[in-house]
Design a protein around this ligand. Structure first.
Ligand code: 5AD
Ligand code: SF4
Length: 480
């Protein structure tokens, strides 16, 4: 497309602004023009999502809005009239994958067809990325940001009508928009946003710039959504937020994560999970609620990032290694059969081997059931990206390998300990390779494979574990 209509472009400085104002929810009634309804009748969409659950939930909202207008979901990317890449910016390799995919899509457009290629999500909230796409990927027709999702129909209509490339990426603290349609990907397991954005500004992280201010949904709106899921027969709800523990603080109406968690648990959903927790906001009250309700799963993801106090300070994490250990001790004491996982970053700028060794010691101390491990990736516009780094990439890779081995030293025996035990598994579906094999997750969040009939999909069944691997276990269905 030759011309470009720029509504807004991203501004990192604007994105970093914060105030204390309460953000009130907007209850939106979507309207679809007759023109777009006509266009939608014969057209389909396909969304490819990268990154975290927040993006998956955004995909569900976009799908809901597009289907509300009449667009149908295409089975394959190459069949779709509207292709949307929903991107992640958390590390460079996530961005590289997206650039590769955008490049590949160049060949998909035929002369004369009106296929739209759109790119949205966290990557697009960054000024330099929008510049690169504008310069080098001229086949992209639409760029929109994380704050512009509710306006997607108008943007698409504009591309169709004016036949120009449209860029609308706002950098603002963000809103809370309720009532948007949604098409959930899974009929048994649901993600429910309880809050958006992040105010922690860890020095390595791009999220506070791409997703705006920490803002909570009203408890009554969340509970209404959860009740509807219970009524529809959903088996599992995961409450979502960058820092779920900070839930409600901004509302100044007495809501808190502990209160919300208890209220959702009482709705009677068979399984309740939440992610992600920041160690800084984790209260005793929350631990007590988790321990009290059987339907709150006892697997908690508690990112530590580093085990060294100086690195934690430079990361802006707001806790010391001692405080983290005390929190873990308290959780283990109060929550029987607690399963703990974490995120760890290796090779933060100027990290010495001794500082890295403190992270190994933390892994030895906590004995995590599993960990997501990452090599530090500089993110343009974050404070850490301005630090001059004296650690070579080769050294970072060596430390990474050592960390993975240390994590496995504890995670493998923990996985092996499941052998002989009977786990309760929520069945997700049949294996792609073998229709007789079912898979699902146990209460402990362990991936379980076993032989069984497809009629069990969506049910919680008992499986006796026979074999363990690092990332999954294999068992036999227990007939009752
Ligand atoms: N480099 C490497 N890892 C990062 N993470 C966030 N930002 C970066 C970065 N710049 C990791 C953190 C976080 C997880 C989602 O991604 O460990 O918890
Ligand atoms: Fe990023 Fe830190 Fe916020 Fe997590 S808490 S999203 S790591 S800034």
């Amino acid at each position: 497309m030759a011309f470009c209509k720029v509504v807004h472009t991203p501004e990192m400085k604007e994105a970093a602004k914060r105030n204390k104002e309460v953000i009130n929810a907007t209850y939106k009634n979507l309207e679809v023009s007759d023109n777009l309804k006509n266009l939608a009748k014969t057209r389909s969409y396909f969304i490819r999502t990268y990154g975290c659950q927040a993006n998956v939930r955004d995909e569900e909202t976009m799908a809901g809005i597009l289907e509300f207008a009449g667009f149908k979901k295409a089975n394959k990317i190459e069949d779709a009239n509207i292709i949307i890449l929903n991107t992640c910016a958390v590390r460079e390799n996530a961005e590289d994958k997206v650039f590769g995919e955008i490049g590949q899509l160049k060949g998909i457009k035929r002369k004369g067809d009106d296929r739209i290629i759109a790119v949205c999500g966290c990557m697009i909230q960054q000024t330099h990325i929008v510049d690169i796409i504008q310069d080098k990927f001229r086949h992209v027709d639409l760029l929109f940001g994380t704050h512009n999702i509710d306006n997607i129909l108008n943007l698409i209509e504009e591309v169709y009508e004016k036949k120009v490339r449209v860029i609308d990426v706002e950098s603002k603290m963000g809103e809370v928009i309720e009532n948007l349609p949604t098409t959930r990907i899974d009929p048994y397991k649901a993600f429910v946003n309880i809050m958006y954005g992040c105010d922690k500004f860890c020095t390595y992280c791009i999220v506070p710039y791409t997703r705006g201010k920490e803002r909570s949904r009203k408890m009554e709106d969340i509970l209404k959504e959860c009740q509807e899921l219970v009524d529809k027969g959903y088996q599992e709800i995961t409450l979502l937020g960058q820092n779920v523990n900070a839930y409600g603080k901004d509302l100044q109406d007495g809501s808190s994560f502990a209160l919300l968690l208890e209220s959702v648990a009482k709705l009677g959903i068979p399984r309740l999970r939440f992610t992600t927790s920041h160690p800084w906001d984790f209260t005793d009250e929350m631990i007590d609620i988790i321990a009290k309700y059987d339907n709150i799963m006892k697997s908690i993801h508690l990112p530590v990032q580093s085990g060294n106090d100086e690195i934690l300070r430079l990361m802006g994490r707001r806790y010391s290694s001692e405080q983290y250990k005390q929190l873990v001790d308290k959780m283990k004491a109060k929550i029987p059969n607690l399963v703990l996982t974490t995120d760890i970053i290796v090779g933060f700028p100027n990290e010495t081997y001794e500082q890295f060794a403190d992270t190994l010691k933390m892994v030895e101390y906590v004995k995590y059931d599993g960990a997501f491990t990452f090599i530090y990736s500089p993110r343009v516009g974050t404070p850490a990206a301005k630090m001059i780094d004296n650690v070579t990439m080769e050294e970072k890779h060596k430390r990474f390998d050592e960390l993975v081995k240390t994590v496995e030293k504890y995670a493998i025996p923990k996985a092996e300990a499941y052998v002989g035990k009977t786990l309760k598994v929520l069945v997700d579906g049949t294996s792609k390779k073998n229709k007789e094999v079912l898979s699902g997750y146990s209460e402990e969040n362990k991936l379980v494979h076993f032989k069984g009939d497809a009629s069990l999909v969506g049910k919680i069944v008992k499986v006796k574990i026979k074999e363990s691997h690092l990332y999954s276990v294999i068992g036999e269905l227990v007939n009752e």
